[in-house]
Design a protein around this ligand. Structure first.
Ligand SMILES: C[S@@+](CC[C@H](N)C(=O)[O-])C[C@H]1O[C@@H](n2cnc3c(N)ncnc32)[C@H](O)[C@@H]1O
Length: 363
């Protein structure tokens, strides 16, 4: 017969839950073990014999009685141990740098809701290093301190991480999934005898996104062989971008996902660039529009808002998702960018249609 301290199970479980909501600390195995040891040394043990049948029931009972006190101790431990890890990473070692980089991305996610953890680390590191140079810091942990003490630096960081960069059929694989959704929407409309679609491309940069949507829709409708009215509202806060969008001339680099067939069909070569043909241009109307301050559009079938949330904090993102909810018709779709997460109560009013492609449907 053996004795076991069931407080270990409880602390371990509550620690995992707390760590999910905690950032800016080291979460390595060594620190985790140190935190558990710290807490266990400060709460009374509760030994049970391992031959007791219902250990899990006992654990649950003890948890209910002691939860508040244990969480207080966990937070205390996190503050003392997690902030000042005792492990053996040598300062400046690769492991130490990787850990600091992970913490930086965790922090960005927790603070701004943007999940860069799925970005290519080498690309991020190259871009972040530009901001580190400007701020005269040499380590990720020092840069994290800069972000914490000066939240405006987040805007500068996001400027170098995304800026107004866009391209036709951005995230080509994901765009294929989006095409399927567009097809389904059109087919459904035709079945219901409705022959028009209204789309809002919010944060459209220089027009690559709304023109891509227009081309995709034209191809779908051509196959269906019925007349169909397409209206795409494309908005951005940046007038320079909108000017380019209206000119609709693009360098080859932003057309790398456009196949030869579509290139010939919908673009005209002009002065070393490619101009979108009028038959596509007239499907899109551009407006200067500030997502934060201006009133939203109405009765929209699909809102695209890809790679825009990057600029906004979590509460604003939640607010915007609810704005898009109001802009959409019943059963309308919202399509976000590949790294953008769905937040707060908005989860209750949208169904997830495709997590990878970030396609959601209004309930
Ligand atoms: C990275 S681009 C995204 C372009 C395109 N949606 C895509 O995924 O390729 C982000 C765009 O959001 C725009 N933007 C930023 N803040 C905005 C705001 N408050 N209202 C409208 N657009 C905004 C920027 O000007 C920029 O053109």
């Amino acid at each position: 017969m053996q004795l076991r301290n069931i407080m270990l199970n409880i602390v371990s479980d509550l620690l995992d839950q707390t760590l999910l909501k905690t950032y800016d600390i080291c979460k390595c195995e060594k620190c985790r073990t140190d935190i558990i040891a710290y807490v266990l040394s400060r709460i009374p043990a509760k030994y049970v014999t391992t031959d007791v049948g219902a250990i899990s029931t006992l654990v649950e009972q003890e948890k209910v009685e002691n939860e508040a006190e244990i969480i207080r101790k966990i937070i205390e431990a996190i503050k003392t141990i997690g902030k000042y890890p005792q492990h053996e990473f040598k300062k400046g070692s690769k492991e130490d740098k990787d850990k600091a980089f992970e913490l930086l991305l965790d922090n960005i996610y927790q603070t701004r809701g943007i999940d860069f953890r799925r970005y290519l680390a080498r690309v991020l590191k190259r871009r972040i290093s530009r901001r580190m140079t400007v701020n005269k810091v040499k380590s990720y942990s020092d840069y994290l301190r800069v972000l914490t003490s000066n939240p405006k630096e987040y805007d500068e960081l996001f400027n170098v991480l995304t800026i107004n960069v866009s391209e036709f059929f951005r995230d080509a694989k994901i765009f294929n999934t989006i095409r399927k959704t567009l097809s389904e929407v059109i087919e459904d409309k035709i079945k219901r005898g409705k022959y028009s679609i209204k789309i809002w491309s919010a944060g459209c940069a220089s027009g690559e996104e709304p023109y891509s949507i227009a081309i995709a829709l034209r191809e779908i409708i051509e196959k269906e062989g019925v007349p169909f009215n397409i209206s795409i509202i494309a908005t951005d806060i940046d007038d320079k971008c909108l000017k380019v969008a209206k000119t609709a001339e693009y360098k080859q680099i932003s057309l790398r996902n456009v196949n030869k067939y579509l290139l010939q069909k919908y673009f005209m070569p002009t002065h070393g660039k490619y101009r979108v043909k009028d038959e596509i241009k007239r499907l899109v109307t551009f407006y200067h529009h500030n997502l934060i301050a201006d009133t939203h559009f109405e009765k929209v079938d699909i809102v695209f808002c890809r790679n825009v949330f990057i600029f906004f904090n979590r509460s604003l993102q939640e607010h915007l998702i609810m704005t898009f909810y109001k802009a959409l018709k019943k059963d309308g779709y919202l399509i976000l960018g590949a790294v953008e997460t769905f937040l707060g109560e908005a989860k209750l009013v949208f169904n997830e249609i495709d997590l990878k492609a970030r396609i959601y449907q209004k309930i």
